[in-house]
Design a protein around this ligand. Structure first.
Ligand code: T4K
Length: 389
């Protein structure tokens, strides 16, 4: 590594303000204040308020779905999805995800069975699922990682063949369509996260899209302590309700989704264009028949060809005030509380382990200026050269 060259580069290209992996989009303050006035006039701030109901309806339209259920965050939404669907025993899932995915299984006293991923989309490898099915398997919990759809047709076939449910963790997939169909149309339940880091958000929040009215009703009880009416508690529920301030942000942010996706698309193709001939960098795959949402921009570094490792690149970029993230490292199957599971051994998950060691998500958000994308790519290419010598 040539320290003098790197220091010179830092002097030239260091950003004055940090460029993070993402930047929360906030609605216009005055329009939020208008909603605050409504909330103040109603004197109703949570528990199935007017804005909450409106957001549920607008999202049902957006997803072209019959039933949408809102929650205070995506993790509790997913946790209650498992509970409401009465899943038990073992669930086959991907290790290459945010900790929330396998953690909700633990909270439902379900054993995660980790399945390796496929090397292009980084989603669960459907060819490797069936050998993991046992009499205890009740479902497959698949994640549309970075918003790339899983092989939903193959998963549907597996579900029909073995009588197991399919639950999608669609935390990253808001607005994605496959063959013209909303991503929420597949599987038994799709769980979305509306965290502030997502392209559509309610500060904290989440939603489940379900197809069955009984399931929707059960979820309504489960997120509200199991209360059916003032004198009836039907199930040992929990408190996972979305409040009116969150719903107000959601109603405003929903209007911005199309613009946000369009702006991200430009950022995506700028990166693609500038990095396409860079050796040792695997860029996001083309996804035929998919309307993408450009939620993340993951690159996979091949140290031998790039001349720099993922960790060296990440550490060096920080010196330029650029903060990419190693989503999803460490791999969930290597967490101390999962590592002793038979399915968690590294030999059984070679691709997931390799991807987790080499992946880096570059800054991606609608307001990221294209000139800054150019500078980031310039820094990356220069770091690769300076590290080689
Ligand atoms: N399933 C999957 C597959 C998920 O990825 C997630 C969450 C879930 C389930 C669970 O959904 P939730 O329960 O969260 O609704 C972030 C998010 O907190 C998390 O929601 C998300 N996935 C995950 C991929 O990313 P961190 O720990 O990386 O966030 P943090 O605080 O380091 O923020 C990242 C960057 O975002 C910051 O560098 C700057 C920017 N940021 C962040 C915040 C909080 C802002 O610009 N403004 C902000 O207010 O987890």
């Amino acid at each position: 590594m040539n320290h003098a060259k790197i220091n010179k580069l830092i002097d030239q290209y260091k950003f004055d303000t940090p460029i993070n992996v993402t930047k929360t989009h906030l609605p216009n303050l005055e329009s939020f204040q208008d909603y605050l006035k409504v909330i103040w006039e109603n004197n109703w701030v949570t528990n199935n308020g007017q804005l909450h109901l409106r957001l549920e309806m607008e999202l049902a339209k957006f997803f072209r779905a019959q039933y949408v259920n809102l929650f205070c965050n995506g993790t509790l939404a997913l946790m209650l999805a498992m509970h409401a669907a009465r899943l038990h025993g073992e669930i086959i899932t991907t290790p290459f995800t945010f900790p929330a995915t396998p953690n909700v299984l633990h909270w439902n006293e379900i054993t995660p069975v980790f399945c390796d991923i496929e090397p292009n989309t980084y989603n669960i490898d459907t060819d490797k699922i069936e050998s993991l099915i046992t009499p205890k398997t009740s479902a497959i919990l698949a994640v549309h990682v970075y918003g790339s759809p899983c092989d939903v047709r193959a998963l549907e076939c597996i579900s029909n063949r073995h009588g197991v449910r399919i639950i999608y963790d669609a935390a990253h997939a808001f607005g994605v369509e496959l063959d013209g169909q909303s991503i929420a149309d597949f599987g038994d339940i799709s769980a979305f996260s509306f965290h502030a880091t997502k392209l559509f958000h309610t500060i904290e929040g989440g939603a489940l899209v379900v197809r069955d009215l009984n399931l929707k009703k059960r979820l309504d009880f489960l997120k509200n302590f199991g209360i059916a009416d003032e004198e009836t508690v039907v199930t040992p529920g929990i408190n996972a309700k979305m409040n009116e301030l969150q719903a107000a942000i959601g109603l405003l942010e929903l209007k911005n989704v199309a613009t946000e996706i369009h702006k991200r698309e430009k950022v995506h193709y700028k990166y693609m264009d500038l990095l396409k001939t860079t050796p040792g960098i695997k860029l996001p795959e083309k996804l035929p028949n998919v309307k993408r949402n450009y939620a993340y921009f993951p690159i996979l570094i091949d140290r031998a060809k790039a001349g720099i490792s993922r960790d060296e690149l990440c550490d060096s970029l920080r010196k330029f005030n650029v903060f990419p993230r190693k989503y999803f490292y460490p791999l969930c199957s290597n967490f101390p509380f999962f590592a002793s599971l038979p399915s968690a051994s590294k030999e059984k998950l070679p691709i997931a382990n390799k991807v987790a060691e080499n992946i880096l998500c570059l800054p991606m958000y609608g307001d990221l200026e294209l000139d800054n994308v150019e500078i980031i790519c310039h820094i990356i290419k220069n770091l690769m050269c300076t590290h080689q010598f």
